[in-house]
Write a protein that binds this ligand. Structure first.
Ligand code: ADP
Ligand code: MG
Length: 252
């Protein structure tokens, strides 16, 4: 039996008359990278938001390692080891990169956000060392004393990824992590995400870029108009005529 860590069961979500998600079933195996693809407006971000507690589903549940996430606050879900990179980077624009990475590091260590602790960073040698190391991993070390607002959109996404990685999450959910990146930065992000996988982290990745999807995914679920229309290995999905019609055909 495979080890399912994330289980989305019969999830439905409507916005007024619009059915954004219908009968969603998703199982993600431990240590795997599960991609969710589909055309714009298919419901991908909505599904991710339901998983991390930002949106309450109208029906159904999300379970992570035996914990029911549905109804929990995003912060509680994060404390269970679930981290996410949103479609629009959520960083602290006025803080330096190092300070940005230290905020979740303190939250993880001390159980609370402590902006005051940022004033005495030099005393936090151990965490700072780790933050520097992670900034190096994501290719942002040279900017660590710059204000986050000065970064390009792609680099902001890498900073947000660094803010997730310092939490050592068990499950990482990424909503279009390479959006806004150059091909070069996209390729280094793919390499970084591959390295994370080697460390055993489970990932759910929403991605438009097929090069990224096929470089990283072990399994792929295809969403179209709020429904999962196909699920399988990258080869199975690539060869599925329904998928080609709904997505791949239209995208290229
Ligand atoms: P995707 O990420 O696949 O592009 P979304 O999950 O963002 O799609 O959106 C799915 C559908 O739900 C779209 O039609 C979108 O306009 C709608 N939608 C998403 N969020 C909201 C919201 N907060 N209020 C109303 N409609 C929304
Ligand atoms: Mg989206």
């Amino acid at each position: 039996m495979s080890d399912i860590v994330l289980h989305v069961a019969d999830v439905q979500k409507s916005f007024g008359g619009l059915k954004a998600l219908t009968d969603i079933e998703l199982e993600v195996e431990e240590g795997k990278t599960h991609a969710i693809i589909g055309p714009n407006g298919a419901g991908k971000s909505t599904l991710l938001n339901v998983c991390v507690g930002r949106l309450a589903p109208d029906h159904g549940s999300v379970t992570f390692k035996g914990h029911v996430l549905t109804g929990k606050h995003p912060y509680e879900i994060n404390q269970l080891g679930v981290a996410r990179v949103f479609q629009t980077p959520e960083i602290f624009p006025d803080l330096t990169l190092l300070q940005n990475v230290m905020v979740p590091a303190f939250a993880k260590r001390d159980g609370a956000f402590r902006m005051d602790a940022l004033r005495s960073l030099e005393r936090e040698t151990e965490l700072c060392g780790e933050a520097d190391h992670i900034l190096e991993d994501v290719g942002l070390y040279r900017f660590r004393h710059k204000q986050a607002s000065s970064l390009s959109r792609g680099d902001k996404r890498r900073l947000e990824l660094a803010m997730c990685l310092i939490q050592h999450p068990k499950l990482l959910l990424l909503d279009e992590p390479t959006a806004g990146m150059s091909r070069h930065d996209t390729n280094s992000t793919i390499e970084l995400l591959k390295t994370i996988k080697e460390r055993g982290m489970t990932k759910v990745i929403i991605e438009h870029d097929m090069h990224v999807v096929f470089s990283l995914a072990d399994r792929i679920s295809v969403l179209a108009q709020g429904k999962i229309i196909a699920e399988g290995s990258p080869e199975e999905v690539r060869g599925n005529p329904k998928v080609q019609e709904a997505y791949l055909g239209g995208a290229h």
